[in-house]
Design a protein around this ligand. Structure first.
Ligand code: NFS
Length: 632
């Protein structure tokens, strides 16, 4: 169904990534709208919403506050701009923490099933990591076999979500002691993940918490539950089940799709499904089946964070990040996109109707009208994965040959930098990294994470910020859509050392690593927390003393809000490249960008221009170095 395209997108200007413009042009020729087109149709977007000043939390509303003071200054219940903005932000954090942590719950359930011997298609792959996590959480591993350890661990982790009482989350055992003290002092220790999220919803209900400070502090507590427990669990258990990533070579960008192969894209977040699809699709049986249908074989590529999961562990090529999901369909060369949940635009179903691509949803909690729904379940993982892959293969003869256009661009990427892999590259100890930091060979470390947002030039801020930092001898690590952007720009290939400053270059060449390290999917931001905690502990410092920073240059999702908040909560200076919807309250904006630093040692900094942001971030790193008495 071709659509009438009212507004055309200036294709050449919207993305920094090769191949995107040609597919936007193709979309317009084919009469297909993308997120960029729909954003134009949405203009002008609601200013009250952008400022965070609209409240829909009860049916006396919707209420909106006039930011200039010439209209109403209070909602019907009397809520002020400060209350409304803080409440709205708290709900964003709650949704983000819920998404990460519910993903973690699904991984815990499979892990538990494996521990109990119920799921024959999964196994405990990294037993070392299993034991180390169990011991960190106070579970003795002596004289126990791995199944027994896993069963005990599963029980503890299950309770993280809804345990009663005021005891802290058990996973906080992985956080540095100095941080715990900071959180204790400020009353920020989370008790149970579901409880904190639930309390966000309670506090923001009509007539409960009206104080912006108290609302935001609870937001910080909830985000800590996400970063240090929910997301952390997802990472640890995925590593235990599928293996802890090691440096691995692959390719990135839409050019990884193959003209004469059945192309399958795995998209979403959870490795439980995507890993199985990859395994099954690569099997002899499926490769042979593809040949029967006239293809040379089956090619699987990843998209977004589940793409990162299978890239990190299996070297599966990555086709693109968030804003490229529709473009993958527009190539006309994709037989199926198999999704689980999160960051999946319902629009891919509309786009798919113009081509032959089948969109297959698999999660009971993520249906999309118009998609084929095949419910996944871990007990029958291989059978279901086969059924899904078969649908993709059988769809190959339907490919509209005259409308296929795969951009040529693809580039080498080295991914797989888990904490363990970084340690191994360093020779088993943090010492070389600490020395390089202390001496100033590397000035600092910045973690860049998060999404794409069509309001700003696609991937431009991601790569510009990273380039500006590495040339100043700042090591860049990161996850999510940032890491895909960096990969597609060549920043994760060994050649990228040419773009690094002399100090960073020397370190990268000695260790044989690129200057930008791919640490995984968005839940793997927890890996960054672990690195920060380990560095702080080794130096006898708190994370807030370290010459480090965080950034989400192109963020858009509520998950990114939760991530940004737990970085700040962990003591990190955190940059946002898209203005969050808080500007309707000067008070809330000031708390987030100034006052919060006195409580947790980190704060937010908002700057849309990535070059200016790099300068400020670098200056913050230099200030931290000065305080430590390290050479500048
Ligand atoms: Ni994370 Fe953003 Fe989504 Fe991954 Fe990409 S949009 S918050 S980076 S895919 S979760």
């Amino acid at each position: 169904m071709a659509e009438y395209i009212k507004y055309r997108v200036p294709a050449k200007g919207v993305s920094a990534t090769k191949g995107v413009a040609e597919l936007i042009e193709k979309a317009e020729e084919d009469g297909v709208k993308t997120a960029w087109h729909r954003l134009l149709e949405q203009q002008p977007q609601c200013a009250f919403g952008q400022l965070g000043l609209c409240c829909r939390n009860c049916a006396m509303g919707p209420c909106r506050i006039d930011p200039f003071g010439s209209g109403p200054t209070k909602g019907v219940c009397g809520a002020s701009a400060d209350t409304i903005v803080a409440r709205n932000l708290l709900r964003m954090i709650a949704a983000g923490a819920a998404a990460h942590s519910d993903h973690a719950r699904d991984v815990v359930e499979v892990f538990k099933g494996v521990a109990e011997g119920r799921f024959q298609y999964y196994r405990l792959t990294d037993v070392e990591k299993l034991k180390s996590l169990a011991e960190a959480l106070g579970i003795s591993t002596e004289d126990k076999d791995e199944q027994e350890i896993a069963r005990e661990l599963a029980e503890v982790l299950e309770w993280e979500f809804g345990k009663p009482g005021d005891e802290p989350l058990r996973m906080l055992a992985l956080a540095p002691k100095k941080r715990i003290k900071v959180w204790e002092k400020a009353g920020l220790i989370p008790r149970a993940i579901d409880r904190e999220i639930c309390e966000c919803m309670h506090r923001t209900h009509i007539g409960v918490d009206a104080d912006p400070v108290s609302l935001l502090l609870h937001g910080i507590r909830t985000s800590i539950a996400d970063g240090w427990s929910g997301s952390m669990m997802a990472t640890y258990l995925s590593d235990i089940l599928f293996g802890t990533p090691k440096p691995i070579k692959a390719e990135a960008n839409l050019g990884v799709l193959k003209e004469d192969y059945v192309n399958i894209i795995v998209h979403g977040h959870n490795p439980i499904l995507s890993t199985k699809i990859v395994e099954v699709a690569m099997s002899e049986e499926m490769q042979e089946l593809a040949k029967k249908y006239g293809a040379r074989g089956v090619n699987v590529a990843g998209m977004c964070c589940t793409g990162n999961e299978v890239l990190m562990r299996l070297g599966v090529p990555i086709a693109g990040n968030f804003l490229m999901q529709e473009l993958a369909v527009i190539t006309g060369a994709v037989e199926a996109i198999i999704v689980d949940y999160q960051c999946i635009m319902p629009a891919i179903v509309d786009v798919a109707q113009c081509y032959h691509t089948k969109i297959i949803t698999t999660e009971p909690k993520a249906h999309i009208p118009g998609a084929i729904h095949i419910e996944f379940n871990a007990e029958k993982a291989d059978e279901i994965a086969k059924e899904i892959v078969r649908i993709a293969i059988e769809n190959y003869p339907n490919r509209p040959r005259d409308r296929v256009h795969i951009p040529k661009h693809k580039i080498e990427v080295i991914a797989g930098f888990s904490v363990e892999a970084i340690l191994e590259a360093l020779g088993g100890t943090l010492e070389p990294l600490i020395n390089a930091l202390r001496e100033g060979t590397i000035k600092g470390i910045v973690g860049i994470v998060g999404c794409n947002n069509p309001k700003i030039r696609h991937n431009h801020s991601h790569v510009t910020l990273a380039k500006e930092l590495i040339k100043r001898d700042v090591l860049v690590v990161g996850t999510g859509c940032w890491s895909i952007a960096a990969a597609m720009d060549g920043l994760m290939s060994p050649k990228a050392v040419d773009l690094a400053g002399p100090g960073l270059r020397k370190v990268c060449e000695t260790l044989n690593i690129p200057p930008c390290l791919h640490m995984g999917s968005c839940v793997d931001c927890s890996r960054i927390l672990i690195v920060l905690g380990a560095l702080a502990d080794a130096l006898g410092l708190d994370i807030s003393d370290l010459p480090v920073a965080g950034s989400a240059p192109e963020w858009m999702s509520e998950k990114a809000v939760s991530i940004g908040t737990y970085f700040v909560a962990s003591g990190v200076f955190t940059h946002l490249g898209v203005v969050p919807p808080v500007m309707g309250s000067q008070k809330v904006a000031k708390i987030l960008t100034e006052d919060v630093e006195d409580i947790v040692g980190g704060k937010f900094y908002v700057e849309p221009d990535p070059v200016k942001a790099a300068e400020t971030i670098y200056n913050v790193i230099i200030e931290k170095r000065k305080k430590l008495g390290w050479p500048l």
